[in-house]
Design a protein. Structure first.
Length: 151
């Protein structure tokens, strides 16, 4: 039975993380919104630690915008295996991969997690720069495979 949510129609047993894939594309009268599935961990086999995921979310959400002005959102998946990257009017897949690579390199150079305080974050004590950097390093180590989604 076809589901309304695109990722619910994806057989998660057949993908090989890490990867980056177009998960959805909505074309309006003058704009196109593209959602990328940025998968860091193998579904149903491993997941990101919540504090590391949370910190990587903050770091990437802030730093990716230094490389691209078409970013709408960077949001974590509830299953803790990846993130969704949503962009506006930009469907150059190779450039998206380059922007992600540059951003993960920035994460490795970071000295703090942005907005990890009680004023700017709803769970400020739940952060780890070291954990986020480990995730970024692991993701970057597989850069040549990001375009390979299935085994």
């Amino acid at each position: 039975m076809k589901m309304n949510v695109e990722s619910f129609n994806l057989d998660h047993r057949n993908v090989v993380a890490p990867y980056v894939r177009v998960a959805d594309k909505k074309i309006g009268t003058s704009d196109t919104i593209i959602k990328y599935d940025v998968r860091l961990k193998q579904p149903n086999k491993e997941h990101m630690d919540m504090a590391a995921l949370h910190s990587l979310e903050h770091l990437t959400a802030e730093l990716i915008r230094n490389h691209a002005d078409y970013i709408i959102d960077w949001s974590p998946m509830g299953c803790q295996t990846g993130f969704y990257l949503t962009v506006l009017n930009h469907d150059n897949y190779d450039e998206i991969l380059d922007v992600l690579e540059k951003t993960m390199q920035d994460v490795l150079q970071a000295t703090e997690v942005p907005a990890s305080n009680e004023i700017q974050c709803g769970w400020a004590k739940n952060h780890t720069l070291v954990g986020a950097q480990a995730l970024a390093r692991e993701f970057l180590s597989e850069r040549e495979n990001w375009d390979k989604i299935f085994a």
